[in-house]
Every structure is written in C-alpha cells, then in structure tokens.
Design a protein around this ligand. Structure first.
Ligand code: ASP
Ligand code: MG
Length: 422
C-alpha cells in the first residue's frame, strides 16, 4: 500500500462537473489500495476574481485581510470535493491549511512554510478516510493569523505534506500532459519531457515556466520527493521530476527546454558615480524593501564622466515599490535619474548538458538574431542562458530557439485541455 499525495489545480476543479470527475479519479486511486491525501486549488479563476473584488474596495488591501479573503477560494473547492467523494460512497474529510498543520512565518502573501504537523491528516487516513487539504494556505506561527504562500502555492502545500507524511509520490494534476520543451500555447510542436532533474526544473520554474511553483521544486529536491506532473483530463503518463536522470538508459538531452517570462520589469539607474560601495548602497535599499532582484548589468563607466549605468530586472509587481525606495536615496547615492520599462520579457534556454557541450550559447544567440530580435540583457548559470528582449518579441524568440535546438516534434502531441495553465 502506498501513500499518494495528489494536487489538483484550478482548471481541474473549475466547475461541478470537473469536481465530480476528479472525485472519481481520487476514489479510483483509493480503491487501488492507496492512502490518498488531496490538495486542491481554488476553482478556475476564483483567486483572480477575489483579488479584483478586494481592489474594488481598497487600492491597497491589508495583507492580513487579503489572505483571509483568498483562502476562502480553496475552502470552497475542498468542501465541494469532499462532498462529491462522499456521494460516491467513500469517506472524505476536508481540512484548512491551518487544520492540516501547515505552519508558516507571518509574511502575508508570500509566507514560507516553517513546519508541517499533519496529525489530523494522519488520523483521518488511519480511519480509512481520504484527506482533502486546502492548498496555498497556512497559519502564522507567531500571530496565529491565516497566511498564503503566494500565487501558485498549492504545489508547495502538496510537496510539503508529501514530505511530512513520507509519501511515496506527489502527483501534480494540471491541464497539460506534463512538462513540455516550451509552453505548448506558444509552440504547438513542443514535446513532452518524460523525466527532468530537480536542478533543471528549478531553473525552468525560476525562468517563468508556471507549471510548478518554484518553492515546490526546492522543497521536493530537499526532501527527495518524486513529483509526477500530469493532466487530470487524460490518463497519460506525464513528466517525472526526480533527483537525477543520469544512470538511466536514456541519453541526457543537451537542452531540456525553453522557458519564458513576461512578468518582469527593468529599472535602469542612470549616472551612478563609479566608486566603491555604490552597488551595495543601491541593492541594500532594495533588499530592505524585500524586493527580489533577478538580472543585473553594470556597464563600464565613461572615462569622461566617471559615471556608469546599472540595470536590473525584478517582478513587475514590485516595480513601483522599488522605484519609490530608490527615489528616496537619489541624493545620497548620487545617481542622476532612473528609467522604468515593463515592456520586457525573458527567454531562457535550460539544459544540464550545456555544461559539457560547447557552442550552445552561440547557437542560441544566432537563432535569436535570425528571428530579428534584439537582446537587451544577458545572464547565465551553468545550465541556463537567459536574455531580456522586448515583450512583443518573446513568442518569436521562444519559437526560434526551440527550432534551433531541434526540439520540435513531427506531430503536435501537446494538448492544452483547460487552457488556463492551472
Ligand atoms: N489559488 C491560488 C492561485 O491561484 C493557489 C494555487 O492555485 O496554487 O494562485
Ligand atoms: Mg500552478
């Protein structure tokens, strides 16, 4: 008998019909002799609609209240799913994140899990019940307030529970048949990746592949939880995210995929005096506002002025906060002005085989040039190359890179069932 944790995304529980279908799938897993813990997201677009509603009553809703509101979305789907399972003659019990023992820090909207104490889930399993847990939420250790883990955080709830319960596998159900070599919505000829390492998946998630929450992959790697990403709309085998794919019969692909991200913005700090401590001052200010910086580029200073420009990218959502914080220290740091650009996109090529294969960078840049796309910034890691381009050029650059590395499949194998990517 295995312990299986299954997570169903918003598109898999979008309406009553979907919930009944998912209930059947869960019951089938239970009947096959497994203990089953299910994590659910809010139905369809519920979370977006709740955020909209909040913004209609307040331009800047307090984090505590926004979390209280958003967690209601998952409460609805967990209770409905438990009812649908009961209707099939099986015992199911729903639990909020707090009841399931998901303990977090107090950072509303982006809380981190500190501990998971799933005593009530264990008891439910011991009595033969299926446990249904609300994703993306927890309770703050200090304030005892309800928190959320950030958009897409239900994946992380699922892996955290799988780790705490020592589950055999964590299945993440979505509306595509697994992880593809590029977003099938942009490249219809992208291929399903059968297995991918945590390391590569981390880079993919960090580079905008929204299929898995970044922290879910970090968590899975730390605790060695195998993740199976698959569609709730088909019975097909999806993608296994596992420790390492070396040692398997398969030869390691050089490139595992092309990811893209339209959610970042670029700030250029113009005319920064070229002297010791300037970068530390600028990024110190940003760190204090808890803004995460992604790429950074500093140019050589012009000999005539002794000044330089520093550009960096950050989540668009943090753009105004960062601009305001920097503006406050303009005199003190001594830079001249700032430019803000949210019409950018990031395109990244990811593959562990890059380490041992020369020429990957040249081929990637060549493909982007052939597509007539201008590169604004570049950054690399051992297994990734990313470029910043104009937002309108993202699709073209993704398709060009995908083709250049022979990732296109002969036939269209990617089916987008739900269409929302949840
Ligand atoms: N419902 C939340 C969201 O839309 C959490 C999740 O789906 O993972 O971001
Ligand atoms: Mg998701």
């Amino acid at each position: 008998m295995a312990l299986v944790v299954q997570k169903y995304g918003g598109s898999s529980v979008a309406d009553a019909g979907c919930i009944k279908r998912v209930a059947q799938r869960i019951v089938a897993t239970k009947k096959a002799g497994n203990d089953v813990v299910v994590v659910v997201s809010a139905m369809g677009d519920t979370t977006d609609e709740l955020i909209d509603l909040a913004e209609q009553v307040s331009p800047l809703p307090p984090g505590r209240e926004l979390d209280m509101l958003l967690t209601a979305g998952e409460r609805i789907s967990m209770a409905l799913l438990a009812m649908a399972i009961a209707n099939l003659g099986h015992e199911a019990r729903s639990f909020t994140g707090s009841q399931a023992g998901v303990i977090t820090d107090g950072s509303h909207g982006k809380a981190r899990i500190i501990d998971v104490t799933p005593g009530r889930i264990r008891s439910a399993l011991d009595t033969g019940s299926i446990a249904i847990v609300a994703g993306f939420q927890g309770v703050s250790q200090d304030s005892k307030d309800i928190t959320t883990l950030g958009r897409g955080g239900s994946d992380t709830t699922a892996v955290a529970l799988a780790a705490a319960l020592d589950a055999d596998v964590c299945e993440i159900y979505t509306d595509v048949d697994g992880i593809f070599t590029a977003d099938p919505r942009i490249v219809p000829t992208s291929r399903r990746v059968p297995r991918i390492s945590y390391e590569e998946m981390l880079e993919m998630a960090a580079c905008g592949a929204k299929i898995l929450h970044l922290r879910c992959v970090e968590y899975a790697r730390r605790y060695g939880i195998p993740i199976h990403v698959r569609s709730s709309f088909s019975q097909k085998e999806g993608t296994w995210v596992v420790d390492t794919i070396e040692g398997t019969a398969m030869e390691q692909a050089i490139i595992s995929g092309v990811a893209h991200d339209r959610s970042e913005a670029k700030i250029t700090v113009v005319g920064v005096p070229d002297k010791v401590g300037e970068a530390a001052a600028i990024f110190g200010v940003l760190a204090n506002t808890e803004v995460n910086i992604d790429m950074i580029v500093q140019n050589v200073s012009a000999a005539s002025t002794g000044r330089t420009d520093i550009s960096f990218t950050l989540p668009e959502a943090d753009g105004q906060t960062a601009m305001a914080a920097l503006n406050k220290v303009k005199e003190q740091v001594g830079f001249e002005s700032m430019r803000y650009d949210d019409q950018i996109g990031k395109v990244s090529l990811i593959g562990a085989g890059m380490r041992s294969h020369p020429g990957v960078t040249a081929k990637f840049f060549g493909a982007i040039a052939d597509a007539g796309v201008n590169i604004e910034m570049i950054s690399t890691s051992e297994i990734r190359i990313s470029v910043i381009v104009n937002q309108d050029d993202v699709d073209g650059a993704v398709a060009a890179a995908h083709a250049a590395f022979d990732l296109d499949s002969e036939q269209v194998e990617a089916v987008v069932y739900g269409g929302t990517g949840r």
